[in-house]
Write a protein that binds this ligand. Structure first.
Ligand SMILES: [Fe+2]
Length: 177
């Protein structure tokens, strides 16, 4: 693909992104297989750094797959990309306490999750113009929910009960009836 001998309608970054997720899954399975000890604080930071990048790229994919006339949504998606790259840089710098990072992250991820849920609903209802395959939209939403679950579990482990008032799962209204 990168040497132009194969043409697909997928962005090269999408392939790298999916491969990165597969590698993480293998890594986690191997960790379980070795029955290795897990340092929860380190693990949360590592997961956060990983999923911040994935969330930022999801927002970039959404921005690039929307019709150019969908300026408001493109702008919102680009803002989410910037936000998650920023959150990742903060986690990498190690400057902020873990509780603060998780709290900020839960708010940001809930907002992104709601944005993705709305986007999926609009795509399914044929109310926005895009070349986003509905199953891709649903997949992006499921990964935000996966990250939210990791954050909520981490928050409970680190005693952040007060900040966990939001819903554990976000979904579009087609699933709420
Ligand atoms: Fe992803």
């Amino acid at each position: 693909m990168l040497s132009c001998r194969l043409f697909t309608f997928n962005f090269p970054l999408l392939i790298i992104h999916i491969r990165r997720e597969a590698l993480l899954f293998i890594e986690q399975l191997e960790l379980l297989q070795r029955r290795g000890a897990i340092d929860f604080a380190q693990e949360v930071i590592a997961q956060k750094i990983f999923w911040d990048l994935q969330m930022a790229e999801h927002a970039q994919f959404i921005a690039h797959l929307l019709d150019p006339t969908e300026a408001v949504l493109i702008n919102e998606a680009n803002n989410f990309a910037r936000l998650f790259f920023n959150l990742r840089a903060q986690a990498e710098s190690g400057a902020n306490p873990l509780g603060e990072l998780i709290g900020q992250e839960i708010t940001a991820t809930s907002n992104l999750c709601n944005f993705k849920a709305t986007a999926e609903e609009l795509i399914l209802g044929c109310r926005i113009k895009s070349i986003i395959f509905p199953l891709l939209a649903d997949h992006l939403l499921r990964e935000a929910n996966h990250f939210l679950r990791i954050l909520n579990t981490s928050g409970q482990i680190f005693g952040l009960g007060n900040q966990l008032s939001g819903p554990l799962i976000c979904s579009h209204s087609l699933f709420k009836h």
